[in-house]
Design a protein around this ligand. Structure first.
Ligand SMILES: NC(=O)c1ccc[n+]([C@@H]2O[C@H](COP(=O)([O-])OP(=O)(O)OC[C@H]3O[C@@H](n4cnc5c(N)ncnc54)[C@H](OP(=O)(O)O)[C@@H]3O)[C@@H](O)[C@H]2O)c1
Length: 324
């Protein structure tokens, strides 16, 4: 069984389930029987057509999941049937079997629970890279995390806490803040910039922010950019609001270092050893609970319509997974 996207649109309307036989691996390829796959916001925006210039139709969706190698093509030396792997770098994880280049399959340690293995790539790797590769967090920094109740937002807050930092965070709704219970937070800004303007004014009075990690864009991203101190950093990595950052975000603050971070771009520029090293770090952080994902629900692949509806539900708490 597999899934396919033949036209761009809302995922619950355009993702089709179809019968698929056992594929054969070509040279340098393996077939991975998917054990568990994740649904991420990046899947939904790709299916909606946000990257249509580099996403020819039809395509097989799903960027993240864990599985087991069941067939090995000619020229593959490092993997054998039975190897537990993350097949990353290409979509196609919402399927019983995924054909992947062996060089894009990364081993997963046996002690990592399958729900955590299925979600250890997109969010944990992005969180680690933003804090330790793109920014260099250090004691005393003031960091702002937007949409902090999102899965990656909670991971960022936990990682900052481990480094001794209590960030300022934003959440969209008061009850979302419950996700952050028990974490060290300087202050929680709830709602829109109009609601939390006095808090931002306080941040400025106290010297401003050294680093903003923004996954919302639009007016929230713009407002947060105004409190970054000269020489500070603003990393934009998501568009939960659906509204791009207005150009004045970076035009009116020449002393601030702006950048966009996309995991996809990072991994395609790295040697394999760097990606492996990152995944071993993430495994250690999963074992300590720092980047463990909260799992909302697991749906059989043939109920993908219900799974995608659940992703859009306000009652969802954590990741929706697909059991192929
Ligand atoms: N650039 C990269 O490489 C990269 C990698 C990983 C993730 N990301 C991005 O990170 C973001 C979060 O991903 P995730 O997997 O953690 O998502 P998630 O857990 O599914 O996100 C759900 C959360 O987002 C919040 N949210 C939704 N729309 C919002 C809005 N308009 N304003 C503020 N908050 C909003 C929700 O708030 P409520 O609780 O109020 O509903 C909820 O807390 C996504 O944009 C994703 O694309 C980017």
């Amino acid at each position: 069984m597999s899934t396919a996207v033949r036209r761009f649109g809302a995922a619950h309307e355009v993702v089709e389930v179809e019968a698929a036989g056992m594929p054969r691996p070509g040279t340098g390829e393996v077939v991975v029987r998917m054990d568990l796959s994740a649904v991420n916001p990046s899947d939904l925006v790709t299916i909606a057509g946000a990257y249509r210039t580099r996403t020819p139709l039809p395509f097989r969706p799903g960027y993240e999941g864990v599985g087991t190698v069941v067939a090995v093509g000619p020229g593959v030396e490092d993997l054998r049937p039975g190897s537990r792997v993350l097949p990353i770098g290409t979509p196609g994880s919402w399927a019983t079997h995924k054909v992947a280049e062996a060089r894009w399959c990364f081993p997963v340690s046996d002690d990592i629970a399958r729900e955590q293995a299925a979600t250890m790539y997109v969010n944990p790797c992005t969180a680690w890279l933003m804090l330790h590769d793109r920014a260099a967090i250090r004691p005393g920094m003031r960091v702002i995390v937007s949409a902090a109740a999102s899965e990656i937002g909670v991971m960022l807050v936990r990682m900052l806490n481990r480094a001794g930092l209590a960030p300022v965070v934003t959440v969209r709704r008061p009850d979302s803040a419950a996700r952050l219970a028990g974490l060290a937070i300087e202050r929680v800004l709830v709602g829109t910039p109009a609601d939390f303007a006095p808090d931002l004014a306080d941040v400025v009075r106290q010297g401003g922010a050294d680093l903003v990690l923004d996954a919302v864009g639009g007016e929230v991203g713009l407002a947060l950019s105004t409190v970054v101190r000269p020489g500070g950093q603003f990393i934009h990595y998501g568009l939960l609001s659906g509204v791009p950052l207005p150009p004045e975000t970076w035009q009116r603050a020449p002393g601030i270092h702006f950048e966009m971070f996309w995991l996809r771009n990072w991994i395609h520029r790295q040697p394999r050893a760097e990606i492996e090293a990152l995944l071993r770090r993430v495994e250690a952080l999963i074992r300590s609970g720092t980047v463990a994902s909260q799992i909302d629900s697991v749906f059989p692949l043939d109920e993908i319509g219900a799974a995608l509806a659940r992703v859009g539900s306000a009652r969802r708490r954590g990741k929706v997974l697909l059991q192929p």
